[in-house]
Design a protein around this ligand. Structure first.
Ligand code: IPD
Length: 274
């Protein structure tokens, strides 16, 4: 059961978490179906913050679809979407949406793009879904309810030693940030089993939850990259946090791993210059 009162007037009950979790799942599945259809028809591709930061007509259409569905189902909730959709609300719930996380994968038809939808109260995710259609994977979680992959309950894998850990990471779109991320990676790589760069932060966090990697770290995530995946990883038993052990903050370095591996990974990242 979630904490019954999370600092607003909103009473966060198990029933509310269940409702939001199911709604997140439904809209995320529907959005990935739309994205898949639009991709088959041919994409219009634009650039956002840099030449490498892509956005497509499908990103925008999926966000619009999700916002429309949420406005009907929960008209008093606030929303924040990666493609610019932001609305105020009065209910105490805010939806944080990445219509297509891993847009570069999506453009290249590379598996691993996802739709990520989370419901937050006071900035804390309480329900979420990450749907990865190319893997046939529907991840969901609710605060205090655990995390699932389809019908399977997720429990994070026992951690190996750091030297044998498979670690996922990702890179931002800005050249200077990438250079810094590359320098850190060069110091991390010799001290772990290997690196995975899936191309979608939400999928990386779900991969920690499902034991498909042992850990994940990245700097510069947007709130929409983080919210649902962080809840899913946490509910599967992972620790998701900042380098100083505090709560994960979008934009800063976010680390996720089994609680027994977390501290050692933080130490390595610090040694590596993070
Ligand atoms: C990006 C992906 C990528 C991560 C970037 C994100 P987008 O999201 O999650 O894996 O490395 O930091 O910005 O732009 O594809 O929605």
């Amino acid at each position: 059961m979630p904490d019954p009162l999370l600092g607003t007037d909103l009473l966060v009950t198990d029933l509310l978490v269940t409702e939001l979790r199911e709604l997140a799942r439904q809209v995320a599945v529907e959005a990935t179906e739309l994205a898949t259809r639009l991709r088959a028809d041919g994409l219009d591709i634009d650039r956002k913050s840099t030449l490498t930061d892509l956005v497509t007509n499908a990103d925008r259409a999926c966000e619009e679809l999700i916002l429309g569905r949420l406005a009907v189902a929960r008209p008093d909730d606030a929303t924040l979407g990666e493609e610019g959709g932001a609305t105020e609300g009065s209910s105490g719930v805010r939806w944080v949406i990445d219509p297509i996380d891993g847009t570069t994968n999506f453009v290249y038809d590379h598996p691993g793009w996802a739709c990520s939808v989370a419901a937050e109260v006071d900035g804390v995710p309480i329900a979420g879904a990450v749907v990865v259609p190319t893997l046939g994977a529907v991840f969901t979680a609710g605060a205090g309810q655990g995390a699932t992959l389809g019908t399977r309950t997720l429990r994070i894998a026992e951690p190996p030693r750091l030297a044998e850990a498979l670690v996922a990471t990702g890179f931002g779109y800005e050249a200077r940030r990438r250079r810094q991320q590359g320098l850190i990676l060069a110091r991390v790589l010799p001290r772990i089993r290997d690196i995975r760069r899936t191309g979608a932060a939400a999928v990386d966090l779900c991969s920690v939850a499902a034991g498909r990697v042992d850990a994940y770290y990245e700097t510069g995530l947007g709130p929409w990259d983080l919210a649902a995946g962080a809840l899913i990883a946490t509910e599967a038993g992972a620790r998701v946090g900042a380098l100083d052990g505090g709560p994960a903050v979008a934009g800063d370095l976010v680390i996720s791993a089994h609680p027994d591996l977390f501290g050692e990974l933080c130490e390595l990242l610090r040694d590596a210059g993070a």
